[in-house]
Write a protein that binds this ligand. Structure first.
Ligand code: URA
Length: 436
């Protein structure tokens, strides 16, 4: 095959054959495609799109450019993927809950991107937790514990790593075809039997507009199912942070409180249960979505998921018995400062992207890939939409390294919150579902 001839076809909107799209997806990891050709391909796809079949084939080629795990386990191999948000640690709840109901979950996750938090950064707030383990160790942890949340090794979908870096500097990130192939080439390399997607929409999501989120969800479900992995998606609300904390250690605190029933963060719990129930029903591991939800709820309320999480933490290098000792294990910021509203009224909107950026500016996220993050900083007790405000009740708590940074963050938090005179309703949490 010839990269130049394939580029010519995409430029002219001639449909690629599956063989051509698959070849290109695979060849992106090697010398048969130059950087210039990869950039031209990204731009041509961005402008002209791919057919649904070529999208599947491109994804398969990219998936197969590196290691693809294979499993021989007594239960299904399942996973969940989120398109990213603020205050959203669902993976930390759902992976052990799925393991508790008999699935195996090799969850290859990412770090924070832009204003959104990253699952790996949250887990690394736990002292000793090492995300970057090799395939042998991943296999061992999944087999013995039931779930492992890890980073991608250099051998997972190398075509995506190269294309993503090129897209980043050629204004070609915002393409549904390319986002779909990028996300799924990495996810499907984990050798999954089933997948559920949490596609976020609202002020803290990459897809702010609900129609864009539905379009991406449809593409992800079609391609993943077309590549042989039964998949469904939920569109969920990100017009406010999902839990009342945003940051790394502070989100682990939310998770542990929810898993140990000390205090359940209801929106976090509800989305975790809805995604798990959807996946169990899709995989025929439950008779209906409601029955699937009951199984996940029970896995959490029984304490079983907390125990699994604790075992995973230990197996990944963290402390033993984390579910019992987490309160004294997590890093704490030296400065805690309450933020008060300047007006009396009701919270009518939250700029969640701005809150995510507050966490980044406190040091809890990265501006450059090489930045080191401080796991202790962030926001907690974030008030939700509809909350009545006055000048005496805090709307958030800032966890910072200094008073100066806390004061700056307080101003940014106030600016991110809109207060109006009229009480507004809670936004709907589960906006819709996409099945193939
Ligand atoms: N996440 C990815 O992994 N790839 C994209 O293209 C966008 C988000």
């Amino acid at each position: 095959m010839d990269a130049g001839a394939i580029l010519q076809k995409v430029k002219q909107k001639d449909p690629l054959t599956n063989g051509e799209a698959r070849w290109f997806g695979h060849a992106l990891s090697g010398a048969d495609v130059s950087d210039a050709q990869a950039g031209a391909f990204a731009m041509a796809v961005c402008l002209n799109g791919l057919s649904p079949a070529a999208r599947v084939a491109l994804t398969e080629g990219m998936r197969d450019s590196g290691d693809v795990l294979q499993w021989d386990l007594p239960g299904p191999v399942l996973d969940k993927h989120s398109t990213g948000g603020v205050g959203d640690p669902v993976s930390l709840l759902l992976a052990p809950a799925l393991a508790e109901v008999g699935a195996y979950v090799p969850m290859i996750s990412g770090r924070g991107l832009g204003h959104t938090g990253g699952t790996l950064d949250k887990l690394e707030a736990i002292p000793g937790y090492v995300c970057d383990i090799g395939p042998q160790r991943l296999r061992h942890v999944v087999e013995t514990v039931g779930c492992a949340i890890v980073g991608a090794t250099g051998r997972v979908a190398p075509s995506d790593r190269r294309l993503y870096a090129i897209r980043d500097v050629t204004a070609t990130v915002a393409s549904v075809d390319l986002i779909t192939a990028s996300i799924l080439s990495k996810k499907l390399a984990a050798g999954l039997d089933g997948l559920v997607l949490d596609v976020k929409t609202g002020s803290g999501a990459f897809m702010v507009d609900v129609e864009d989120a539905k379009h991406l969800a449809q593409s992800l479900v079609e391609v993943s199912s077309g590549a042989g992995c039964p998949t469904s998606a939920l569109i969920t609300d990100m017009s406010q942070p999902l839990s009342s904390s945003a940051g790394n250690a502070v989100e682990v605190v939310e998770v542990m409180k929810t898993l140990t029933a000390e205090r359940s963060s209801d929106r976090l719990l509800d989305v975790s249960i809805a995604l798990g129930g959807e996946l169990l029903a899709r995989m025929k591991l439950a008779e209906s979505v409601e029955a699937g939800c009951s199984k996940i709820r029970e896995a959490i309320s029984s304490g079983g998921a907390a125990e699994r999480f604790s075992k995973m933490v230990y197996a990944m290098g963290g402390p033993k018995d984390f579910s019992e000792t987490w309160q004294c294990r997590l890093p704490e910021a030296p400065v805690l400062q309450e933020v008060f509203a300047t007006e009396t009224g009701y919270i009518s909107a939250i700029d969640s992207r701005a809150l995510g950026n507050v966490v980044v500016s406190l040091g809890g996220g990265r501006r450059l890939e090489t930045d080191r993050i401080d796991p202790s900083v962030g926001l907690s007790q974030i008030a939700r939409i509809g909350t009545k405000t006055d000048r005496k009740t805090p709307i958030a708590m800032i966890h910072a390294t200094s008073e100066i940074r806390a004061n700056q963050a307080a101003e940014q938090v106030r600016n991110a919150i809109t207060i109006s005179g009229k009480a507004s309703e809670q936004p709907e949490l589960i906006i819709g579902g996409i099945k193939p």
